[in-house]
Ligand binder design. Structure first.
Ligand SMILES: C[S@@+](CC[C@H](N)C(=O)[O-])C[C@H]1O[C@@H](n2cnc3c(N)ncnc32)[C@H](O)[C@@H]1O
Length: 232
């Protein structure tokens, strides 16, 4: 296994001393994506937000500042990242404003319609079943809740030796849109923009709104219109 493949594996699931080091590295190099994604959230100060794959906890810290009356939850499968993010956000964890846990984002341990927003920064590369992962996000979003997702564009990622197909799944704008549609977001509720981050890196920032209860009922249960005596 090459050193690049090892590094790619650490980004996928940081562990041990190398994982702790990878966490510090991520905190430095992922500042711009974290800032962009948090800025893209449209939230009230008391919002309930979930971050998937919080890593060293940079976005969680930004959300603590932004949501004085909110609750921020996070799930990550790496014990090393849970330790780093908990330390970084110690005061907010102790105050009960931040709740972090270990777990797999393929199957979220939260009730339906729990969150105003879900944040997914640099984690889509690790989805094994992408449309199922998006459906799971929609399940925990409240009606009209929003997903904000950041992924570095495939053309930039291909230059990085650690982001090989054994560890990373890559997205360009179209592939990301297809996955969001396949996971059940409606086309008119999705916007994806390309952002230049410097060093010739292009990032994708996607915002997808969950349909309201009425639209969702119709989308999830095609028989609904007929049941109501209407024809779709
Ligand atoms: C590249 S890091 C990104 C961290 C942070 N969001 C950032 O942008 O700095 C990916 C994170 O996702 C976590 N992760 C990857 N696959 C996961 C899964 N299936 N379930 C939960 N966490 C996962 C990893 O442990 C790691 O902390």
């Amino acid at each position: 296994m090459t050193i690049w493949h090892r590094f790619g594996r650490q980004l996928r699931e940081p562990s041990g001393w190398a994982g702790r080091l990878t966490g510090h590295f991520m905190r430095l190099v992922n500042r711009a994506p974290n800032r962009l994604a948090v800025a893209a959230l449209d939230l009230t100060p008391d919002a309930h937000v979930l971050e998937l794959g919080f890593g060293p906890g940079e976005a969680i810290a930004a959300l603590v500042d932004r949501l004085p009356d909110g609750v921020i939850e996070g799930i990550d499968r790496s014990a090393a990242m849970l330790a780093q993010a908990s330390l970084r956000n110690r005061a907010a964890v102790q105050a009960g404003r931040v709740r972090l846990r270990l777990g797999d984002f393929a199957s979220l341990p939260y009730a339906d319609a729990s969150f105003d927003a879900v944040l997914a920064i640099n984690i889509a590369y690790f989805w094994t079943d992408a449309s199922a992962a998006v459906r799971e996000i929609r399940r925990v979003l409240k009606p009209d809740g929003q997903l904000v997702l950041y992924a570095t564009d495939a053309r930039s990622m291909r230059r990085w030796k650690f982001a090989g197909p054994q560890t990373h799944r890559l997205f360009d704008l179209n592939a990301l849109r297809v996955v969001l549609l396949a996971g059940g977001f409606r086309p008119d509720n999705i916007t994806i923009s390309k952002r230049r981050l410097g060093a010739n890196i292009v990032g994708l920032v996607a915002r997808a709104r969950n349909a309201t209860t009425f639209v969702r009922q119709i989308a999830d249960r095609p028989g609904t219109l007929t049941e109501w005596g209407l024809h779709g």
